[in-house]
Design a protein around this ligand. Structure first.
Ligand SMILES: [Zn+2]
Length: 622
């Protein structure tokens, strides 16, 4: 399957931190030498998914999937192998052969440089005399200069080509400034003009803290009030969260994220000590953004104004619960929301009518804000309220029965068992029914809703490899000495009955000096990659390599000779049937030699050769 050279693949493999890569989708916790988490490829409640950073592989003991960084990306993002290679190479800043000399990688680097230059230029302007008006505005909004600097706030001065002039001095071509979204090409004549003019700029940075886009706020009555960078090769709307680079550590440390809507809300929250705050760059949160948060925490808190809260929260919750229509939960928890685990829990903190986090913090201060967060209620609770309320406002037994059914249906869709249990208690109290009764109904419905989610298909059901074969391949993978001693004796088609093990040995034979983990890209089937990963993660500290090699040497030699003996027996039978005396005698001599060797090897007594032959057939022809 490898169409890229091993050297390139090894280079990418060593540049990719598999813990970081997998950690974007799975919450990993340190466990011994490796990391553990809930498998993203099958639904489970206790973690059996492991990542081994030293070997650069992952493996799930639950469903058997496994592989290296390429395999993970292929499975997770449903990519072909070349696509996975390109994606990882891009992420690691490695130029692939077809791209060297001005391909995508180079372009991206160039745009990052343009954005960095622009961000520095804009930031400098804010603190110069020309920035007086912008600084005065920040002061009226109560933004500390220190916070403004930390967030890299800037000012785009007036004029049509101020930035273009700066870029020219830096030797940046006009088309690169346009490609970075900082200038706009003129319609009818050559040339371009600055996109941001006379605006306060909020720098949007990626997780590594590199500027990739800007949000520009107008002063006074200029329209539009907010002007953002267009999508560029560096910036895709909905993929980033504002201040995620600054908030990441606090989010991890506090195991929660605060999600606000505006840039200033975000700045003010940080200024008041809520360093775990990020802002959506747009009105709605996207699955990609929630997926990003899920890498770092279990809980995300949204803020709604009390007037709008019920409606907004219920709408958001319904999106979450509707797997069709690209519901959020499916993206957040790709193992399938229905029985999923490890999903991000969304909670809603209510602010008084007319308030947003910025105005509330300035009016009431941090402790009051913390109280609101502490009192936050599950987003799904709002959906529950809506489910219970009768659409026609009816009361009475029939309306109650309808409410019960709707509540049960909603609860059936909640992936997080703990949250579902809490919600069913809440619903039961409101409906005046027994919580257990509601729970049982929801469980029944869940079973009928459950269907195999597309992305949660476990590895193709694998027959378990026979232990002896498994031990042999394990030894070959872990000890280079074993390869030299045993590969010449081993006949895959005869000694190994398990197809994935055969494929692994064939790959090893093709590149006997390769580190075992690098064989991953040589294997054609996902099943084989899963088996290889399983063997690679299995440490056997007590294994005596020397002794094991000798044992397998004897075993393989014996089966080799048994096969020869079997062939000779067949030849004798045929010769006897044909009445050819001379060749029978010769064949018998050969058979005796082979048998003697076999007995010598096994140390056994001469017993029925047929019986032993039968034993070897089992592993040979399965
Ligand atoms: Zn699994």
């Amino acid at each position: 399957m490898a169409s890229y050279s091993q050297a390139v693949l090894d280079q990418i493999r060593s540049a990719v931190d598999i813990v970081d890569l997998v950690g974007r989708y799975v919450r990993l916790r340190k466990a011994g030498q490796g990391w553990k988490g809930l498998c993203p490829f099958h639904a489970e409640k206790t973690p059996s998914f492991t990542v081994n950073p030293r070997k650069g592989i992952f493996h799930c003991f639950g469903c058997g999937v496994g592989g290296d960084a390429f395999g993970f990306v292929m499975r997770q993002d449903r990519l072909s192998f070349p696509e996975a290679v390109r994606q990882l190479a891009r992420g690691a800043g490695i130029a692939l052969p077809e791209e060297r000399g001005g391909g995508d990688g180079g372009r991206r680097e160039e745009l990052l440089r343009v954005m960095a230059l622009a961000a520095r230029f804009y930031e400098e302007q804010l603190w110069r005399p020309v920035g007086a008006r912008a600084r005065a505005y920040l002061e009226t909004r109560g933004v500390d200069p220190e916070v403004a600097r930390r967030f890299g706030l800037g000012l785009a001065p007036e004029g049509w080509d101020t930035l273009l002039g700066v870029m020219k001095q830096e030797g940046v071509a006009e088309d690169a400034v346009v490609a970075a979204g900082l200038a706009i090409a003129r319609d009818n004549r050559p040339g371009a003009y600055d996109r941001f003019r006379n605006r306060l700029l909020f720098t949007i940075r990626d997780l590594q803290g590199r500027p990739v886009a800007f949000g520009g706020r107008a002063f006074g009555d200029d329209e539009p009030k907010y002007l953002n960078s267009p999508e560029t090769p560096l910036y895709t709307k909905g993929n980033l969260l504002y201040a995620a680079d600054l908030a990441r550590e606090a989010i991890q440390a506090r195991n929660r994220a605060l999600l606000v809507e505006g840039y200033v809300d975000c700045l003010m929250a940080h200024q008041h000590g809520f360093g775990e705050t990020v802002a959506a760059l747009g009105t709605a949160f996207t699955p990609a953004q929630l997926g990003l948060l899920r890498r770092y925490c279990d809980v995300a808190v949204l803020f709604f104004d009390a007037d709008a809260a019920g409606r907004k929260a219920a709408e958001r919750a319904e999106e979450l619960l509707e797997p069709s229509g690209g519901g959020l939960a499916w993206a957040v928890n790709r193992a399938g929301a229905l029985e999923g685990s490890g999903a991000l829990r969304l909670r809603v903190a209510l602010l008084p009518a007319g308030h947003d986090p910025d105005t509330f913090l300035r009016a009431e201060g941090a402790p009051a804000f913390e109280e609101r967060i502490a009192a936050a209620r599950s987003l799904l609770g709002y959906a529950l309220d809506r489910a219970i309320a009768d659409p026609g406002g009816a009361t009475g037994p029939r309306a109650r029965a309808g409410a019960f059914a709707r509540a049960a249906l909603m609860l059936a869709k909640v992936g997080d068992a703990e949250e579902a249990a809490a919600l069913s208690r809440e619903a039961a109290a409101k409906l005046g029914v027994d919580a257990t009764q509601l729970w049982i109904e929801a469980q029944k419905l869940q079973a009928s809703l459950r269907r195999p989610p597309a992305s949660a298909r476990p590895a193709t059901p694998t027959s378990t490899p026979p232990p002896v074969e498994r031990d042999l391949v394990h030894l070959l993978l872990h000890a280079e000495d074993a390869r030299a001693a045993l590969l010449p004796l081993l006949v895959e088609g005869e000694d190994l009955g398990h197809p994935p093990l055969r494929a692994i040995v064939a790959a090893l034979r093709a590149r006997p000096g390769a580190p075992a983990e690098s064989l991953m890209t040589d294997l054609e089937t996902e099943e084989a990659r899963g088996v290889l990963a399983a063997l690679l993660v299995e440490e056997r500290p007590d294994l005596d390599v020397r002794v094991s090699i000798e044992q397998f040497q004897r075993r393989l030699e014996r089966s080799l000779r048994l096969r020869r003996a079997r062939g000779l027996s067949r030849g004798i039978a045929e010769a006897q049937a044909a009445g050819a005396g001379a060749s029978v005698a010769e064949a018998l001599r050969g058979l005796h030699q082979e048998s003697a060797a076999v007995y010598g090897i096994t140390g056994g007594t001469a017993q029925s050769l047929e019986h032993r032959t039968g034993e070897s057939t089992r592993s040979g022809d399965a």
